[in-house]
Design a protein around this ligand. Sequence first.
Ligand code: G6P
Ligand code: MN
Length: 446
Amino acid sequence: MRLTILGGGGFRVPLVYGALLADRGEGGVTEVVLHDLDAGRLSAITRVLAEQAAPVAGAPAVTATTDLDEALRGADFVFSAIRVGGLEGRANDERVALAEGVIGQETVGAGGIAYGLRTVPVAVDIARRVARLAPDAWVINFTNPAGLVTEAMSRHLGDRVIGICDSPVGLGRRIARVLGVKNPAEAWIDYVGLNHLGWVRGLRVGGRDELPRLLADPALLSSFEEGKLFGADWLRELGAVPNEYLHYYYFNRETVLAYQRAERTRGAFLRDQQAGFYDGMTDPQAQALAAWERTRAEREATYMSENRETAGAGERDADDLSGGYEKVALALMRAIARDERTTLILNVRNRHTLSALDTDAVIEVPCLVDANGAHPVAVDPLPGHATGLVCSVKAVEREVLAAAESGSRATALKAFALHPLVDSVNVARRLVEGYTAVHPGLAYLV
Ligand code: G6P
Ligand code: MN
């Protein structure tokens, strides 16, 4: 079985490869094809993978190419984890937004829109090529903003593209842990929303909802990441545990201020940190895997640090540092390739799950997965405040998709202006000016 990884020179590729190494045997991936536009990044990551594979008998073979069509032909699965404009682009997304006093995170608010506007045309081109060159392949989209990008690709690939994110699983795992659930894998996590905009409303073990026990216990609430970020009182008022990215909404002023005051934004930090790693890999003597591990540990430890600082949340829990994104990807591939029926929280088309959205809107929801793909499970409706947020953000995403298709700058302006975290049409106008001035990838907007 052949897995093609787009963005194959990306920093998190060794996580995926590590998951494959731990899962050999019948029906598993035997060949990995890395595609990237940057040959230098490909060779750096290829070295890390070679060191990972060295002690493992029967490790999947790895090849690398800068030719997209060649990478796609013959693929059974395509993982798309690209970053259009690189980390310099991410840093610019943040900088331009913060100068206007709004959030510029890669998936939230103005930053998410700018990143989406750059990424959608590229993702659509990939989707068209997959439809032509590997029509039976399943596409797993990690590329952020993941919900929006998955929806763009689904217009060409239908249900053959599935978006993934590790934050809902991480959240479910943390809740299960504080509640002392013995086997977290058996817990049913009642979660729904859009990517990075969802809520856990219940956690059922053996048919019993354990979440009320957590919401009623201030000490338990204050003992895990989301409890510390949002505060016990707010979670109790909400009657749900929000995805950590909702911190940018519920504590918008504080997060904007914190990022404005930060010495470097997340994107700028990662740009410099990752450049150090990739530069180091040009030394033929370098220990590739060890350097990668060190860089990864530092990246994990500093994740959302500004948000945690404003909330006085302290350091991340050691159990939260191990990621999990590769596990979601592997679980999804296994379920499809081996017809191992399982439930995973994924980004798929709504169908009739949330009645406030149309059937083609991509949402994030528990899905039953098997050889036929991912099927959203029926869930309770969201409360009014959450439905309102989901609908406004989906409306913004639709403007981004329309702007990417038509190349209309006016439509792009509408996307920024309609976002709940952009507080004036004049701000939106300046954002369009600022972003088109710094991003060559937005030159198509006229
Ligand atoms: C979480 C999010 C991902 C994001 C990742 C890395 O897992 O769900 O969408 O890519 O964090 O964030 P970072 O700030 O380290 O790039
Ligand atoms: Mn994510």
